[in-house]
Design a binder for this molecule. Structure first.
Ligand SMILES: [Fe+2]
Ligand SMILES: [Fe+2]
Length: 184
């Protein structure tokens, strides 16, 4: 299980890596996603899920733009065992469902697919593609699905070069506020 100090270290060590096909680093993408959530008044759990939603990319290195090599790194699941016990299920479930939220939004919103970045379009195909109507209804009926859809929409915005955000320390404090274990 990762402590908050471990998470801080992970971002320090790997956060400078480029986010595949986007003009931001992994750390900038995480901070921007959490920032948009915070600006929308999201609670500590959802802000924390936003901060950590792509932690799987930092834990499971597949090199530059794996989608170009036909690889789905299943990053939405990869981080979960490292976070379980440290954060409540609401945080884990929003992370787990953020890829399916994209598959859902493509079905639910006519223009959503067209607004996706090229890398997101490539990964969508590898992740199983757009949900059909039945899959979309089953997805959105899950308790954490609404949070995952909100996360996903902030995630899509969080690819902006040179956007000012609060610091990692600021968002780690919000993570500490909802951690189920005390800070080490
Ligand atoms: Fe992701
Ligand atoms: Fe993301």
């Amino acid at each position: 299980m990762l402590s908050l100090a471990d998470i801080e270290q992970l971002f320090a060590r790997h956060g400078g890596e480029q986010y595949s096909g986007e003009p931001v680093t992994q750390l900038e993408h995480a901070l921007q996603t959490a920032h948009f959530a915070e600006q929308s008044g999201a609670d500590d759990q959802l802000v924390t899920a936003c901060l950590l939603h792509d932690l799987g990319h930092l834990l499971n290195h597949q090199g530059e733009t794996p989608t170009l090599r036909g690889i789905d790194d299943t990053h939405q699941y990869f981080a979960l065992p490292f976070l379980r016990g440290q954060f409540p299920d609401a945080v884990l479930d929003a992370i787990k469902l953020h890829v399916d939220a994209k598959r859902y939004l493509c079905q639910a919103n006519d223009d959503y697919y067209e607004r996706l970045s090229d890398d997101s379009k490539r990964s969508l195909a590898l992740q199983g593609g757009v949900f059909d109507a039945g899959q979309a209804s089953a997805f959105i009926a899950q308790p954490a699905a609404r949070d995952a859809v909100m996360l996903r929409q902030w995630d899509d915005l969080a690819k902006q070069a040179d956007l000012a955000t609060p610091s990692l320390a600021h968002f780690l404090a919000r993570a500490a506020a909802c951690a189920t274990r005390p800070r080490p």
